[in-house]
Write a protein of this length. Structure first.
Length: 257
């Protein structure tokens, strides 16, 4: 575990225990969960258990991610499986929602604890949750300078501005094409793809969430083992629509009888 970008002694067990994940269950996590988590990427879906205000335990499928803020402090991000996109977290209009669903990254000012912070906003399609990260922690300008130094290229003003806004930018490195841009699924919030813009889009389409419409994930069993099972059928948009239509048809049929 300590070979990732996060160390074992940094793990926020106090916060994880509120989700029903203690030290023992953390250590029993399968490689498919622990590796992404400890390297700053997003985990597959996990069934977590949260005690509500009325004392009842509520089971919530969600993804987890460790991030560092601009000061280097560890943050635990949670992306809950939702029936529909919740806009209360950050104000986005219908046009911006469409852009998010099309895979774009937005740069917006977000009010957080009475302070206005500029953040990148991206949609996790599988959970319907918005991913947020401070622009200062992604450090796009610094990463572009590093690329210019390593790749011996010079970015134009328009390219730099587009990258700062969260848009992918295609670069020519000799006879090769490289595409760079903000991707909040990545450990540093920044991604480099060897290929042109089409390759960037192709890789986004084969991401986990596009490939797993059945909402598969990991469930912690009584034996303190994580098992890979269907977690979110009831929250699946397609399943929800099918069940609703079926019930309405059955009700209509009974009334006719």
């Amino acid at each position: 575990m300590n070979q990732g970008i996060f160390l074992e002694n940094e793990i926020p067990y106090g916060k994880l225990e509120k989700l029903g994940i203690n030290c023992s269950s953390m250590q029993s996590m399968p490689r498919e969960v622990i590796e992404p988590l400890m390297t700053g990427r997003i985990t597959p879906l996990l069934m977590t258990h949260y005690r509500a205000a009325n004392g009842k335990m509520v089971s919530i499928p969600m993804k987890l991610q460790f991030q560092r803020d601009e000061n280097g402090s560890l943050l635990l991000m949670t992306y809950q499986l939702r029936k529909k996109l919740e806009r209360g977290q950050v104000k986005v209009n219908n046009q911006e929602v469409k852009r998010l669903r099309d895979g774009e990254v937005l740069r917006k000012d977000v009010n957080e604890n009475g302070r206005k912070q500029r953040k990148y906003v991206q949609l996790d399609h599988e959970t319907n949750s918005l991913m947020l990260r401070s622009t200062a922690s992604v450090k796009v300008a610094e990463r572009l300078r590093e690329m210019e130094k390593i790749k011996d290229i010079e970015l134009g003003t328009n390219q730099k501005q587009a990258a700062m806004e969260g848009k992918p930018v295609e670069l020519a490195v000799g006879e090769q094409k490289v595409t760079v841009g903000v991707d909040l699924r990545e450990p540093q919030g920044f991604k480099v793809v060897n290929g042109d813009m089409q390759e960037w889009k192709r890789q986004k389409k084969i991401k986990y969430d596009y490939e797993h419409e059945d909402f598969m994930g990991y469930l912690l069993t009584d034996e303190n083992r994580w098992q890979y099972q269907k977690l979110g059928d009831r929250l699946s948009h397609k399943e929800k629509r099918k069940n609703t239509l079926k019930k309405e048809e059955e009700k209509s049929h009974r009334l006719r009888l």
